[in-house]
Design a protein. Structure first.
Length: 668
């Protein structure tokens, strides 16, 4: 086979075989050849393409990884928009929806539904031209997403070329990228071993993996995809959703095997309940069931409301709970000296994740819920929030003692105080070791967000006595790091460089990281804006501090006290001498805009943007964004798994707003 015609034929044959085997392995889960056979053919193709680069085609399995790392993802407009789903949470609201569907159609017209697991990953749009995968994008705001083609190409279950001869000239395939739970656990083990921050949940892990600048990293992540629909298309015709799913399957796309067509809403309700029980059997997280009217003609007659189709609903379950033994109530002293109780649990699986700890808020809350050591308790995991203890399970009390906070700090033995009107107990000792350690951890993880220096590294530096304060962190040398296990030339250089680079963080972040009592992100930002530099702040009286947005008398007093302490003044001077910034940037100054005068709160996870992005966008229009709901709050934007702010808003009579309202506001 030496003629070039012969080589081209062989290359095509190899591509065909290899792509078929990949499909059998990753999509059908029925491999027909062993790895050695695959590798032999793969190597032959690599060899052939190396000798004859002109034979390389975009759908060659050798071309999955190989694109260069990109600086930025380009924006792409979807050909047809990607909507979102209205949710229902009870059988009654499900049945009510079905009645509404029936009312909008002809009353006696039969309606069939297709149900699919609602995968907790991220939506993507795959464009195929004449069967070839040409572009893949994230959902973005539903109209415009980000071009992540090179990363999507590395996912082996996404076909680079559709199967079959009858491929359409153009089609958008919609689906969900997700990380299987098994892969998620492995990834986190790996990250922890490399002293990197583990990812909080599979959905975040999938999103982070897909947004890597370097496709080789994406390729190393265990991502997969389920296709669940089509967008724009030219050259194919579909009449029902069920037919579309079968078509996608026949053309090489992974279709969730639990999709089902049902002819009555009662069967749908039954199936939703059944899946609520069975969700832990799956190797991926689902947060509900998607229900779609099967017939496309019916779908188009039903239409959509605010880009949420009337022909579909997401049946979402109440957060997952489980019962387990509360072995012990532990205490952690936080960076401001607050004593945070937490529960050491008998490990239990909740929603596919094993948990062994849960937060407990404070003594009052523990006793109000009547939670005792040794009791069986109900734990709850809601989305990505830390597990909570709902209360004791059943009437069989095993624990006898009700909980009391220790009278002395578990670390420095200083007597604990509980300031009047506060829920938290505190260790008043400013030199308490735990406070220093926790605030250093807060510095590297949140305030300065230093790459390559995580919690574990800080704990080690602390234990070795290498770093016990912020100035010591900034004086750390590469030589010191090289003496530690786990640091090589590259990681030590990187760590020292990122510590150095973190001196450039803006004043507001420095303020947040200084560990001033009750100064969180928002207060730090307000203070930075109001005072402009640290000297004005340090010399301000309590009254002057109270003039700053959102600061009441107690907080003002605590801040003034903090700056009055000579140790703290010395710390500021030392950090300033080391090159950290103690003056505001212009960007800290409030902006005048159409939303000036309004004040918003954001709670829960937003679909189309992060909370920080939403905050920045609102602030850019002049709005204030605060962490606390008060009578002055204009409105609260509520995302997925919102917190207690919703109840507070309802109590204060503050309007609750949806993500769509936010988008509308930002567009205006
Ligand atoms: S259909 C018009 N099917 O849920 C919207 N979505 O809020 C059509 N999702 O962004 C979406 N599994 O990320 C559909 N089987 C499924 C799904 C699914 C997960 C996600 C998707 C979308 C969100 C809708």
């Amino acid at each position: 086979m030496s003629s070039s015609r012969g080589l081209a034929t062989r290359a095509e044959e190899l591509r065909g075989l290899l792509n078929r085997w990949l499909h059998e392995y990753h999509v059908l889960d029925e491999p027909s050849v062993d790895d050695a056979m695959y590798d032999r053919h793969y190597d032959e193709l690599v060899e052939l393409e190396r000798a004859h680069p002109e034979l390389v085609t975009p759908d060659s399995p050798t071309q999955r990884v190989g694109a260069p790392a990109s600086e930025k993802f380009q924006k792409v407009r979807h050909l047809t928009s990607m909507g979102s789903l209205e949710k229902v949470t009870t059988d009654e609201s499900l049945v009510k929806w079905a009645e509404d569907v029936q009312k909008r159609l002809d009353t006696d017209e039969p309606v069939a539904y297709v149900i699919e697991p609602k995968i907790d990953g991220l939506a993507i749009n795959l464009t195929y031209e004449n069967g070839l995968f040409t572009r893949g994008a994230t959902r973005g705001d539903g109209e415009v997403g980000e071009d992540v083609t090179v990363n999507l190409r590395t996912i082996p279950s996404i076909p680079l070329r559709m199967l079959g001869d009858d491929v359409p000239a153009l089609i958008e395939v919609r689906g969900e990228v997700y990380m299987p739970l098994s892969g998620f656990r492995e990834l986190n083990e790996r990250l922890i071993a490399e002293d990197k921050k583990p990812t909080p949940n599979p959905r975040n892990a999938a999103a982070g993996s897909l947004r890597q600048k370097n496709p080789a990293i994406t390729a190393s992540r265990p991502l997969s995809v389920w296709a669940y629909g089509v967008g724009a298309h030219d050259g194919a015709e579909f009449h029902t959703h069920w037919e579309t799913l079968q078509w996608l399957k026949a053309h090489g796309f992974p279709i969730n095997p639990f999709a089902e067509r049902l002819e009555s809403i009662d069967d749908v309700a039954k199936a939703c309940r059944e899946w609520e029980r069975r969700r832990a059997e799956l190797d991926y997280e689902i947060d509900g069931i998607v229900i779609k009217v099967d017939d496309y003609d019916q779908q188009s007659r039903l239409g959509a409301l605010h880009s949420r189709p009337r022909w579909a609903r997401a049946f979402k379950w109440a957060p997952m709970t489980a019962t387990t033994r509360l072995n012990k109530i532990m205490i952690r002293v936080g960076r401001t000296g607050a004593l945070n109780p937490w529960a050491l649990l008998e490990p239990v699986e909740v929603g596919g994740v094993t948990i062994s700890r849960a937060t407990l808020h404070n003594e009052e809350d523990i006793n109000r819920k009547d939670i005792r050591e040794g009791d069986d308790v109900i734990v709850q995991r809601a989305g990505d929030v830390i597990p909570q203890i709902v209360g004791p399970a059943g009437a069989h009390r095993k624990g006898t003692k009700s909980f009391r906070m220790p009278t002395h700090c578990p670390l420095c033995n200083t007597e604990i105080v509980k300031p009047e009107g506060e829920a938290m107990h505190r260790c008043p000792n400013r030199a308490c070791p735990s406070r220093g350690l926790e605030s250093l951890i807060n510095w590297v993880q949140a305030a300065a967000d230093i790459d390559g220096v995580g919690e574990q590294a800080v704990r080690r530096f602390w234990e070795l006595g290498l770093v016990r304060s912020l100035p010591e962190l900034y004086r750390l040398t590469k030589e010191q790091l090289l003496e530690l296990d786990g640091f090589g030339d590259i990681s030590a250089t990187n760590a020292v460089n990122s510590i150095e680079a973190s001196k450039q963080i803006p004043f507001r972040r420095v303020l947040f990281g200084l560990n001033i009592p009750d100064v969180g992100w928002v207060t730090a930002q307000n203070l930075a804006r109001h005072f402009g530099d640290v000297d004005r702040l340090a010399n301000a009286s309590q009254e002057e501090i109270m003039e700053c947005e959102g600061i009441g008398p107690e907080r003002a007093e605590a801040i003034a006290e903090w700056f009055a302490d000579p140790d703290n003044r010395r710390l500021v001077e030392e950090l300033r001498a080391l090159g950290l910034r103690f003056e505001s940037d212009p960007e800290d100054k409030p902006v005048e805009g159409p939303l000036t005068g309004s004040q918003y709160v954001i709670t829960g996870t937003l679909d189309s943007m992060s909370r920080e992005q939403a905050r920045a966008a609102l602030e850019a229009l002049g709005a204030k964004v605060s962490d606390n709901v008060s009578k002055k709050t204009t409105g609260v934007f509520v995302g997925e798994s919102p917190g207690s702010k919703v109840a507070k808003a309802q109590k204060a009579g503050v309007p609750l707003l949806a993500e769509d309202d936010l988008k509308a506001l930002l567009q205006r």
